[in-house]
Design a protein around this ligand. Structure first.
Ligand code: ATP
Length: 244
């Protein structure tokens, strides 16, 4: 495992709109996400969580400040370089899985590599397919899988390029409690067992407690970090931050 930060934000500000209608979604966020860690991001509604994730992924450009992903300052990249970086150095996991219905499991998992014009490493492919427990389902289409299985495929897809960071946006939001637990345990195993780095936005203190630590946002600013989170301690912090 390489040491250092997989992701760094330095003084990141994001202002949407201008003049009277301007909204400051991120207000000078500076933080680092160490490699091989699982970090949850929590905060009240409108506190800037999605904007944080979008800036980290290069989906949104900060108004000012720097985002460094795996040593590359992404603000300096041209649009086509940014697209390639998103395909190969960032893995995405969404609440709604976002698998392509016409592709089978194997094709969905390897799609980011094919879009980037690269071939997946067969040994890594085998490791992640087995790691997410989908080795016997490679020919199946998403419609033939449960929600939890679809999310496991999405996690494998997020890992296929060995990204610098996997960004997960409410990955358990559409799942029942038991299936959500399995997906959280898998994300944790991806970090503890495979040395990957995961950053997850969630509203759920139980989901957040699967992480090594929780970053709290309030009004676009960092409002604390909680190591070794438990659902109770996360909920208590959130209550202090206001409506959620
Ligand atoms: N494209 C946009 N244009 C204008 N304002 C925006 C845009 N995106 C976000 N905002 C505003 O920026 C602030 C932060 O939004 P963001 O979606 O990052 O918060 P959040 O913490 O993810 O919220 P939630 O938990 O409700 O999803 C909010 O006030 C929001 O209205």
């Amino acid at each position: 495992m390489t040491t250092g930060n997989a992701l760094e934000l330095a003084g990141v500000r994001k202002v949407y709109g201008s003049g009277d209608g301007a909204v400051t979604a991120l207000d000078g966020v500076t933080t680092g996400v160490p490699r091989g860690t699982f970090t949850a991001v929590m905060g009240p509604s409108g506190s800037g969580k999605s904007t944080f994730l979008h800036c980290a992924a290069g989906l949104d450009r900060p108004t000012s400040g720097k985002v460094v992903l795996g040593g590359t300052e992404i603000g300096r990249l041209k649009e086509n370089e940014l697209t390639r970086l998103r395909r190969t150095r960032v893995g995405f996991v969404f609440q709604a899985y976002n698998l392509l219905p016409s592709l089978n499991v194997l094709q969905n998992i390897t799609l980011p590599m094919r879009l980037a014009g690269a071939k997946p490493d067969p040994q890594w492919l085998r490791e992640i397919v087995e790691g997410v427990g989908m080795a016997k389902r490679l020919e199946h289409r998403p419609a033939e899988l449960s929600g939890g299985q679809q999310q496991r495929v999405a996690i494998a897809r997020a890992l296929i390029a060995r990204p610098d960071v996997v960004l997960a946006d409410e990955p358990t939001g559409a799942l029942d409690t038991r299936t959500a637990r399995q997906v959280l345990d898998l994300l944790r195993a991806v970090v503890d067992g495979m040395g990957q780095t995961v950053l997850m936005v969630t509203h759920d203190p139980v989901a957040a407690s699967a992480a090594h630590g929780v970053l709290f946002l309030a009004d676009g600013k960092l409002a604390g970090h909680l190591p070794h989170p438990t659902p109770e301690r996360v909920a208590e912090r959130m209550t202090h931050l206001g409506e959620w």
